[in-house]
Design a protein around this ligand. Structure first.
Ligand code: BEZ
Ligand code: FE
Length: 293
């Protein structure tokens, strides 16, 4: 009897065909579709660039190191996905937005589940540094009716361009982050501080990749929002500051013109809620329109 092993792996094409044959047995049809396409594209990529074992091992070690930069509130893999344009690609192809609904954008790496809850109109800055910002608006449905009981998560940078999770979160807890729930009028309102243009984290693996490639790492000043309400499609989006210097050059491709708004600069005076401000402050007005679930 001939005991020599099969020669099925002699050519790269044989390897690809053999792997595909095995994954064709995946029971779930969607998972099968995804895995077969993934194998085809991964193998084609490796052949296209004639990937060496040494290069692939370097990539595996980079992924291992990337895992070390992940914890609640910081997901380094999301930064890679954002920087490679994959986050915006999936957001765009997945979200069939009816005309008039607010455009979504990427989630980013810094969402924290279970953020502190605040009363509507409260100051969520919790000591964050920056120019005071009064932000308000409405959550509406497609018919223009207020959406009650919408749960709004908001998070953003301080005036150094840092998020709470990047700066002593264990000791200081959350700041410039909170959860608000709309009442019957669908209105939202809070005090915080102005976000600024900032570079993506300077201390992970994603920035190493960007330094070696595009050299672009800035994000335009923005507030993050996630809005969840019964009967409506969850909305993940940002509001960008029209005065940002880098609106045209977002490192993660997240800017959409409809999400750029006026953060109005004011001298000392009276704020929209009647508070008398002894120094300069900013205001923002923005209505979100939810798409039905
Ligand atoms: C953010 O918007 O918070 C963000 C997005 C991508 C990379 C880093 C930060
Ligand atoms: Fe951000």
């Amino acid at each position: 009897m001939n005991t020599t092993t099969s020669t099925a792996y002699d050519t790269t094409e044989q390897i690809t065909q053999e792997v595909l044959r095995r994954y064709e047995q995946t029971p779930d049809p969607r998972l099968r579709e995804i895995m077969l396409s993934l194998v085809r594209h991964l193998h084609a990529f490796a052949k296209d660039v004639r990937l060496t074992s040494e290069e692939w091992l370097f990539a595996m070690k980079a992924l291992e190191e990337t895992g070390r930069w992940c914890a609640p509130g910081r997901n380094e893999f999301i930064i890679f996905s954002d920087a490679l344009g994959l986050s915006m690609l999936t957001v765009t192809q997945d979200y069939r937005r009816p005309a008039g609904a607010t455009e979504p954008t990427l989630l980013g790496p810094f969402l924290l589940e279970g953020a502190p809850r605040f009363e509507m109109g409260a100051d969520i800055s919790a000591g964050a540094q920056g120019t005071p910002l009064h932000a308000q608006g409405r959550v509406l449905d497609l018919q223009g009716q207020p959406v009650a009981h919408a749960v709004i998560d908001v998070w953003h940078s301080d005036d150094r361009g840092l998020y709470d999770v990047q700066d002593g979160f264990e000791e200081n807890g959350a700041w410039a982050r909170g959860q608000l729930t709309t009442g019957a009028d669908g209105r939202w309102r809070f005090w915080s501080v102005m976000p600024v243009d900032y570079p993506i984290p300077q201390d992970g693996t994603a920035i190493e990749m960007l330094r070696a490639t595009t050299g672009r790492s800035m994000r335009p000043a923005h507030l993050h929002f996630r809005i969840v309400a019964q009967g409506q499609r969850p909305l993940v989006t940002h509001i960008f500051d029209r005065q940002s210097q880098v609106l045209h050059d977002d490192a993660v491709f997240g800017v959409r013109p409809s999400l750029v708004a006026d953060f109005v600069r004011h001298p000392a005076g009276t704020a929209p809620d009647g508070r008398v401000m002894g120094a300069a402050f900013c205001t923002l007005d923005y209505d979100f329109v939810m798409a039905p679930a």
